[in-house]
Design a protein around this ligand. Sequence first.
Ligand SMILES: C[S@@+](CC[C@H](N)C(=O)[O-])C[C@H]1O[C@@H](n2cnc3c(N)ncnc32)[C@H](O)[C@@H]1O
Length: 311
Amino acid sequence: MRAHLAAVVPPALAPRRAARRLAATLRAGGRGPRGHNRGPPRPAPGPAPASAATMNQPLPPPTPTPADPDRGDGQQDGAPDTPAPAERRPVRSFVLRGGRMGTGQLRALAELGPRFVLPFAAAPLDRQSVFGRNAPLLLEIGFGMGDATAAVAQALPDHDLLGCEVHEAGVGALLKLVGERGLANVRILRHDAVEVLREMIAPASLAGVHIWFPDPWHKKRHHKRRLVQPPLAALLASRLAPGGYLHCATDWQPYAEQMLAVLSAEPLLLNAAAGGVGYVARPAWRPLTKFEARGLRLGHGVWDLVFRRSS
Ligand SMILES: C[S@@+](CC[C@H](N)C(=O)[O-])C[C@H]1O[C@@H](n2cnc3c(N)ncnc32)[C@H](O)[C@@H]1O
């Protein structure tokens, strides 16, 4: 593990300004002004080298979404809530927001992004070339700062984990954990998970899906933004292998009730709770997430739901 860690984390730490410049270049989708991306790709650490097609790709920007006054976590952006024509603005479950990134996150983004962040493509993921093997694949949607993702990847080295998150700071944070812990079984897509599921995940190919504390979108007029809706349930069910599981958790009871109704109505999904109804007790293996910890501090309850795809 130590030798692997040494291979993943560069010994010399890039100066803060250089890391920022390189991350900005990656964000802009261009080559480094001083040739940062030039030359042959660095040898990839670990047992699962990325394919030539995924190496040294600039960090793909997620599909931009205009600001929204209620970001689902109760914070206000202050932007007017003026709906645009539906064909120009699809309803998404996230709103992009800025946020300062720490030096470690920036450095991880610059150093590890080319290996661990996959470009979005409208083509099924070639797992053999991406992970170097065909291990059971878990998908996490909206990993936030990636603490739970890293914990699961570390606990399940015989599984591969694909994490989808649209926020750059979260991607940087997870990359930092990947480097610190030498995790070879994680890949990241900085893109709308709905499109990733539709375009990149083959039918009946996922061993499990984690949707932990998705944005609750408290206000009624924003409920349409909630991730767990009937079309997503059908899409998820189609991507799960028979017997594969979907694990959702939320600290917002109305959303828990919506999840329960939506998932129970999906013909391909079976509720794994006792008697086939209701919620499950929090599985001991599910790591505490940042968002969950915040909810617990505020006195919120937590609802876990586990459904399996029928065979
Ligand atoms: C409330 S946060 C929870 C983060 C983390 N799971 C936790 O518990 O700390 C929800 C996250 O989901 C992400 N998200 C929402 N919709 C998404 C989508 N369609 N694709 C990828 N990420 C999404 C948001 O960017 C946000 O970081």
